[in-house]
Design a protein around this ligand. Structure first.
Ligand SMILES: *[C@@H]1O[C@H](CO)[C@@H](O)[C@H](O)[C@H]1NC(C)=O
Ligand SMILES: *[C@@H]1O[C@H](CO)[C@@H](O)[C@H](O)[C@H]1NC(C)=O
Ligand SMILES: *[C@@H]1O[C@H](CO)[C@@H](O)[C@H](O)[C@H]1NC(C)=O
Length: 275
């Protein structure tokens, strides 16, 4: 899990001096105590630190760019190694404040955010409330999957012919696999494997180094019969990108256009709030 890398970063220097695991965890424990004293847990999540300064730029728990899950992730790992109630309490608070991230569809790094927080939380406590949040987050992340491309989209861009998939997105696939494990929904598993297959094909060079951002064309790779390659995929029903759809995709698009005209939040329609 990615958050353990951050834990390793905190303890990289002492590793050089050959400390035992206990000494390393004690060091991380000490450093994180310094950090939590400068933050409001559940409100401020450290994002960017500067060498030689003890000031951290922070982000809020919900709707931030991508880093929020690392903080609860490290807290959960500290809890796992120390079994201290203090870390468990802090990790729980930092995790629970990220509840609304399960509904996030506007970015792909939701895997980092949910697996760092709820994923680690479930691994170390088996909290029975966490799996349905993981599954729900996976289903929201799955809305970024395009059947023609075979991948989840990384960044949204205004150009409908652009479908950016950065290699980093592989790190988010764990959310789909965990969503599958907790729900038995094989679609989530297939999406993760398909994304991996396309990544092998599109990102890897012959010498196994890789590109970061190939641009896949969602229409060029289509096997489906589209009326014409026009429109904006932000307004398309997901079925429109598969071989099976009917007139309901037009009603879907019409309601998104209506949302735009009448000032509703398009995401509320996509999430089915107005069913
Ligand atoms: C949890 O802590 C134990 C040691 O107490 C360690 O063996 C195990 O690898 C840790 N789990 C993870 C996932 O880091
Ligand atoms: C399985 O996952 C897909 C992708 O998120 C979703 O569209 C579908 O509704 C899910 N099926 C069930 C039975 O939850
Ligand atoms: C992924 O690739 C493997 C090996 O080529 C293939 O067996 C599998 O069907 C592919 N799965 C998907 C979902 O694309």
């Amino acid at each position: 899990m990615f958050s353990i890398k951050i834990l390793f970063l905190c303890i990289l220097v002492p590793i050089v001096y050959g400390l035992t695991r206990k000494e390393l965890v004690d060091f991380a424990d000490k450093q994180y105590h310094k950090l939590i004293n400068t933050l409001k847990t559940g409100v401020q999540y450290p994002a960017v630190g500067k060498t030689g300064s003890d000031h951290w730029e922070t982000t809020p728990p919900v709707d931030n760019q991508w880093t929020a899950g690392f903080y609860p992730g490290v807290l959960w790992h500290l809890y796992n190694y120390t079994k201290s109630d203090e870390w468990k309490q802090l990790a729980t608070t930092a995790t629970d404040a990220m509840y609304n991230d399960q509904f996030n569809t506007w970015q792909h790094d939701i895997g980092f955010m949910i697996m760092g927080s709820y994923g680690n939380g479930y691994e170390f406590t088996k909290n029975p409330n966490y799996p349905k949040i993981i599954v729900n987050a996976a289903n929201h992340f799955a809305k970024r999957f395009n059947h023609n491309v075979g991948c989840t989209k990384s960044w949204d861009t205004p150009n409908p012919n652009e479908f950016l998939v950065i290699v980093d997105n592989m790190m988010n696939l764990e959310l789909l696999f965990e969503g599958w494990k907790h729900s038995g929904n094989k679609t989530l598993y297939d999406m993760a494997v398909s994304h991996t297959n396309v990544t092998i094909r599109e990102h890897l060079r012959k010498d196994y180094s890789h590109f970061q951002i190939p641009n896949c064309d969602p229409f060029l790779m289509s096997k489906a019969k589209n009326t014409a390659n026009v429109g904006d995929d932000d307004f398309m029903a997901p079925e429109a990108m598969t071989n099976e759809y009917n007139h309901l995709i037009d009603i879907y698009s019409l309601s998104l256009i209506g949302a735009q005209i009448f000032g509703f939040d398009k995401n509320d329609i996509i999430d089915g709030k107005y069913e």
